[in-house]
Design a protein around this ligand. Structure first.
Ligand SMILES: NC(=O)c1ccc[n+]([C@@H]2O[C@H](COP(=O)([O-])OP(=O)(O)OC[C@H]3O[C@@H](n4cnc5c(N)ncnc54)[C@H](O)[C@@H]3O)[C@@H](O)[C@H]2O)c1
Ligand SMILES: O=C(O)C(=O)C[C@@H](O)[C@H](O)[C@H](O)COP(=O)(O)O
Ligand SMILES: [Zn+2]
Length: 363
């Protein structure tokens, strides 16, 4: 890759303010330009695992003349709680953080979801910038302005649409990512392949081992293609009044599995099982051809993602799925495929159909 970052525009087409997602290396020099000179204070929110990176970003911003503080969050899903949000609000209050000040979220999707949520709620909304450091956060979580936290009842049940002012995807960050976390991000890349851009699937199938590595031949292309899919969708439908629901492919079951496992499963692993389930649902509903349904298992397993979940958990999962954000009253709604790259909504499927689809992923 050359030194010039790729720039992908998001928003600007349906009333939401446009911003750019930059993909490249050594992008931190872009931060002051995004923060702007109206800001006096900057809070850099980062997970424990990235304390050195968080401190380096803070020190760099302090050198640029900002009053910069680093705020350490728990790793992974533990950060997405009301308690952690309240801790951040108290830090912001104590440092006299005003409406012109800026939050920077440096980390994986859990960190950027929490940082964005704190930015959305502090003083009813301050500017924020996402610096995603995982594959999953680069291709999905940091783009599109969905921010939020979990509650005891389920995943992402409290949140706000609050787009960032910019997203900096520095591919060098991926070098330190544990392989399981790297592979988890591939689930969202594969999702983008099935719902919108099948070239993604071709690239992974051509060399699944390479897809598991930051040094893979197609790494930058896979990341950029997935960001383009997401950017295209959220630019048209920021607040999920219709089209954006396609990004939830595989997520109805996935979120229930994550809650059932008390968030010990990575999001991407759960989305992998959720997509196999959605593919079977589409097949059993007579919408999806066998070859495309089978392709889910082949491509997901080729990179090491799981395909099955505990067979005896269906009643609990079904109960949790009722609070999925796509539900309307008592009607469950699922994203399925009517064919490759043809996502659609399946409304209130027969419970027997759901059970039959679950039987295909149950172990
Ligand atoms: N807002 C959205 O649109 C959206 C989209 C997809 C997923 N999500 C959310 O994203 C979250 C999952 O994000 P994730 O997969 O990035 O996981 P994560 O944020 O939980 O990060 C995984 C682990 O990797 C560590 N880490 C992060 N970057 C690292 C690096 N460069 N090197 C070493 N360790 C690093 C983290 O501290 C954490 O322990 C879920 O909560 C999911 O709901 C949100
Ligand atoms: O951006 C979206 O819209 C998505 O659905 C992307 C998903 O990958 C992501 O996991 C999202 O956080 C799920 O949203 P939710 O509204 O179902 O909580
Ligand atoms: Zn997701």
């Amino acid at each position: 890759m050359n030194d010039t970052p790729t720039r992908i525009q998001v928003g600007g087409t349906a009333g939401s303010a446009p911003y750019e997602v930059l993909v490249g290396r050594q992008l931190l020099g872009e931060l002051p330009g995004l923060i702007g000179r109206d800001a006096k204070r900057v809070a850099v929110l980062h997970p424990e695992a990235l304390s050195a990176t968080g401190e380096a970003v803070r020190a760099d911003l302090a050198e640029q003349g900002y009053e910069a503080i680093a705020v350490q969050l728990p790793n992974a899903e533990e950060a997405k709680s009301a308690e952690v949000a309240a801790y951040c609000w108290s830090v912001l209050g104590q440092t006299h953080f005003t409406r012109t000040d800026v939050i920077v979220g440096v980390g994986g999707g859990a960190t950027t979801d929490l940082a964005g949520f704190v930015a959305a709620t502090w003083l009813r909304g301050v500017r924020w910038i996402a610096v995603p450091t995982t594959v999953l956060a680069m291709v999905d979580a940091a783009v599109g302005g969905k921010t939020g936290i979990n509650t005891a009842e389920g995943k992402n049940l409290v949140g706000a649409f609050h787009p960032p002012a910019g997203v900096l995807c520095d591919l060098a960050c991926l070098e330190s990512l544990p392989v399981n976390d790297y592979v988890s991000g591939l689930a969202e890349i594969i999702k983008a392949g099935f719902i919108a851009d099948p070239v993604i699937l071709d690239l992974i199938e051509a060399d699944p081992q390479a897809a598991r590595s930051p040094q893979g031949q197609h790494t930058a292309e896979l990341i950029e293609r997935s960001i383009r899919v997401k950017a295209e969708v959220v630019s048209q439908d920021l607040k999920e009044s219709g089209l954006r629901e396609i990004l939830n492919y595989g997520h109805t079951l996935a979120h229930a599995i994550e809650k059932n496992e008390r968030y010990s499963w990575r999001h991407g692993a759960a989305v992998s099982v959720g997509m196999v389930f959605a593919a079977e649902l589409g097949r059993l509903a007579g919408r999806l051809d066998d070859a495309t349904a089978d392709r889910h298992r082949a491509v997901l397993s080729s990179v090491g993602l799981p395909l099955t979940y505990k067979g005896d958990q269906w009643p609990r999962l079904l109960e949790t799925m009722k609070v999925d954000k796509k539900s309307r009253g008592d009607r469950l709604r699922f994203i399925v495929l009517n064919g490759l790259a043809k996502p659609a909504v399946l409304e209130a499927p027969d419970p027997a159909l759901l059970l039959a689809a679950y039987a295909e992923v149950a172990k």
